[in-house]
Design a protein around this ligand. Structure first.
Ligand SMILES: Cc1cc2nc3c(=O)[nH]c(=O)nc-3n(C[C@H](O)[C@H](O)[C@H](O)COP(=O)(O)OP(=O)(O)OC[C@H]3O[C@@H](n4cnc5c(N)ncnc54)[C@H](O)[C@@H]3O)c2cc1C
Length: 413
């Protein structure tokens, strides 16, 4: 390896230029840490926020500048070197160096993985490599997709998770003919209770989205290499203009794995966000950490932001014990879903009607412990739930499900 710039103070090198990377760097500078920082991203743009790629950006209501975590000149002003369009191909932990796709290399004092996730694609054998079959992860994907969202176009969405549902909502609002297929029994099965799935299914159906659950894709068939229709396992054929595959992501851990770091559902880090090599830390969608006794990985802006900041605090020499209260949101049509906590392993749930029309919250419990709340058009329930979870309080399910009970009273005292 031809190693560049072995300075007295080797820089903090960040692999990946998304939410977690930017949050880490902004926090580091706010702590007064002025060590050299180099950010290496394989995307050609400075760090930006992804959520609106499937919402307002896809609808053409926001520009890329509106998504930026910080304006591009902020980085130079804060002595952060952005190397964009640069893929990191290898880490040499003995030499403490990284090799880039162009063959160059640089040394690090500390290395931070903020590599995010890679969308799962359909296998080529069932049409995944046809033109007109897309995923939606980055701004380049959204830039290709946005002009296709025009009235009358026929869109098939494979996968009933949040990104697929959000894209379906934008498409239906654009006057498109939308079919969404989900192979599980119901949309959002992996992440939500039946009541939340039912609410969101009804919302989409009201807006004309055709949702087919318990339905497997057999293949996408092309004409002249371009997707023209989908064949379902039921034998039904659906004509399409294009397809979006929204079947989740896999954490981008391959570099860390090749470098011999411990991988456990993601790059395994401890409470201070250090990997199995103390000179290497990780944050965001690519990292797994122990939370309430089990190892988890979160895919959310909250986690990327907070864990990025936790990495900065560790690098600045602070004692860090990263124990977040997870939260997440999704916008579909005029519905805002806000989720506080994590419902994994819930044993039962209750629902609470909200005060506004179409407002509802779903409260998840493990025995008598409150785990999480999904709040649809119900910011009050979300805020209360978040604070209850922060305080470790669990209200009685009967109290919560009574629409006349005063949620705020739970936080008094
Ligand atoms: C369409 C969409 C909608 C979303 N909506 C919401 C929402 O409503 N609410 C919410 O909480 N979350 C949402 N999310 C999830 C949220 O955006 C992610 O959890 C968050 O972006 C994770 O940040 P990250 O920094 O870990 O990873 P990313 O933001 O994915 O950044 C990783 C970066 O690393 C780069 N990279 C990876 N490997 C290399 C390499 N070897 N060399 C150089 N660069 C590399 C990648 O190209 C990328 O730029 C959404 C995500 C998407 C895609």
């Amino acid at each position: 390896m031809n190693v560049e710039n072995v300075t007295l103070e080797s820089p903090i090198v960040v692999v990946g230029g998304g939410q977690a990377a930017a949050s880490m760097i902004v926090k580091l500078r706010s702590l007064g840490d002025d060590r050299p920082v180099i950010l290496l991203s394989d995307e050609p743009v400075a760090p930006y926020q992804r959520p609106n790629l499937s919402k307002k950006y896809l609808r053409g209501e926001l520009a890329l500048d509106d998504l930026m975590v910080r304006p591009q000149n902020w980085y130079a002003e804060h002595a952060v070197e952005l190397r964009l369009g640069q893929k990191v191909e290898e880490i040499d932990r003995n030499a403490k160096s990284v090799r880039l796709a162009d063959g160059s290399a640089l040394t690090y004092g500390y290395l931070v993985f903020a590599t995010g996730g890679e969308p799962r694609r359909l296998p080529a054998a069932i049409g995944g490599d046809l033109a007109g079959v897309y995923t939606l992860r980055d701004v380049a994907d959204a830039d290709v997709l946005a002009p296709l969202f025009t009235a009358g176009k026929r869109l098939l969405i494979v996968g009933g998770g949040y990104i697929g549902l959000e894209a379906a909502a934008v498409a239906a609002q654009s006057g498109m003919d939308v079919v969404l297929i989900e192979m599980a029994d119901r949309i959002l099965q992996r992440v939500a209770a039946r009541e939340t799935s039912d609410y969101i299914r009804a919302l989409h159906q009201e807006h004309g989205v055709r949702i087919l659950e318990n339905t497997q894709l057999a293949r996408i068939v092309g004409e002249d290499g371009v997707a023209s229709h989908a064949e379902l396992a039921t034998g039904e054929k659906i004509a399409v203009d294009f397809v979006i595959v929204g079947t989740g992501i896999a954490p981008r851990t391959e570099l860390a794995e090749q470098a011999g770091l411990t991988i456990d559902g993601g790059i395994a880090v401890d409470a201070s966000c250090r990997s199995s090599d103390p000179a290497i830390l990780a944050a965001g969608d690519c990292a797994s950490f122990v939370w309430q006794g089990r190892r988890i990985r979160l895919e959310s802006v909250q986690n990327a932001t907070d864990q990025g900041e936790a990495v900065a605090c560790t690098l600045a020499g602070q004692e860090v014990d990263y124990q977040p209260v997870p939260w997440f949101w999704s916008d579909q049509f005029d519905m805002k879903l806000q989720i506080a906590g994590l419902n994994t392993g819930f044993t039962h749930n209750v629902t609470r009607p909200g005060t506004r029309e179409h407002a509802m919250s779903v409260w998840y419990y493990h025995d008598d412990k409150l785990l999480a709340v999904d709040a649809m058009n119900d910011a009050k329930s979300f805020m209360t739930a978040k604070r209850l979870l922060q305080k470790g309080l669990s209200p009685e399910p009967d109290f919560v499900s009574d629409p006349d009970s005063d949620l705020k009273s739970l936080l008094k005292g």
